[in-house]
Design a protein around this ligand. Sequence first.
Ligand code: 2AM
Length: 471
Amino acid sequence: MSADIGLIGLAVMGQNLVLNMADHGFTVAVFNRTTSKVDDFIHGPAKELSSSKRIIGTKSIADFVKTLKRPRRVMLMVKAGDAVDELIDECLPYLEPGDILIDGGNSNYSDTNRRTRALKAKGFIFLGVGISGGEEGARHGPSIMPGGNFAGWPHVKPIFQAIAAKVDGEPCCEWVGDEGAGHYVKMIHNGIEYGDMQLIAESYDILRRGCNLSTDALASTFAAWNTGPLNSYLIEITAAIFRKKDVDGEPLVDKILDSAGQKGTGRWTVVNALDLGVPLTLIGEAVFARNLSAMVDERTDASMALSSPIKPIQANIKEFTHAIEQALYASKIISYAQGFSLMRRAAKEWNWNLHFGAIALMWRGGCIIRSQFLGKIKEAFDQDPELASLLVAPYFKEELLKALPGWRQAVSAAVIAGCPVPCLSTALAFFDGYRSNKLPANLIQAQRDFFGAHTYERCDRPRGQFFHTQW
Ligand code: 2AM
């Protein structure tokens, strides 16, 4: 009984988390269904740490559980879905009430809601923990978003905060909320990541196909953007991608097939937004843009039938590049504002006490969307935790209004040139819609009343009175 925590599931993320925990002085027991992977790990990447007994390999769940200190902390890093339920069922006979099961995989928050409740009823503590940062993050400091049964938090807090990324000395790991809140916030993180990536891709497209910029010039442009308000991991790696040459010396990015994959968390985010009635337009467009990109053959046929649209953009490239930077920045503000609005709505729906400043801080380092910008979001929520939308926070309001002329210029130039900019343009449409005290929904209400007697409210009468007209 010497291990501080046990981890089941030795794929790369699992392995790297174990190494990270052991590096921070924790003793970790490991198990994997295919037990040869335990040997491979113990004799491979974990060799040094296992010879000093920091990492203990086991070959059965019974042996695995025997090595754990009480209350036992069992972390699962396995494929989301049935595997998690199966493993929980396999572990339970060896555990006792008060032991803690932790799901660190990419589970759907509704599964985590269900598991937290079911295990609580049996006396066990369940935590659903979102982890972001990929393989590198897991090894050297991920962003960790814990939720579930709060009773488990004190037992894992020292471990998770030790291994998480740090920004200004603060760990990118704080309690998120009850039941599936941790996995929910991780899902939103992934949705925002879809949006950020699509915004960057659209900016690239305008500059590459619209303005005919070389990949070297693109690399310099993105590197310069990375020193300003767009400073972030994704902008940084984008500059590096543009610099990378293939074996023949040509830019590698030009040779990569333009068909984007997805694992589904972006889609989950958008489906959830539709269910909760929150206009998450930017991430929605980002998911659809990936869908459209994947229709490679159909697009190829259509490009011949309809002829490709691009007309060169004639502009002062320095000024125009700055306009795109502003469009990208403003659209990013819109996307995060939409994402935080969705979380606020979800918190109400499931009675989660979400701290939005803490969430922004968790994303500030370690994860894929990490950026300076998230520090500003944290400040905005620190100043006003009840903020209705980031768009009306004093700092972001100023930033949006400053960026607006460049944003309009970039979007309209893209539209005229025929460069598809679904996310940059939906962001602008949302901004203009959000700040309109008149939208054309009066006509929609008239139509609904016309064909279906759905009734309407009137501007010149109090809310809540409904009228019907014989049209
Ligand atoms: P494996 O090595 O035996 O396949 C990522 O796929 C991780 O999840 C791997 O460690 C894998 O174990 C594990 N995994 C997937 N399905 C599982 C299941 N039903 N039971 C236990 N582990 C599972």
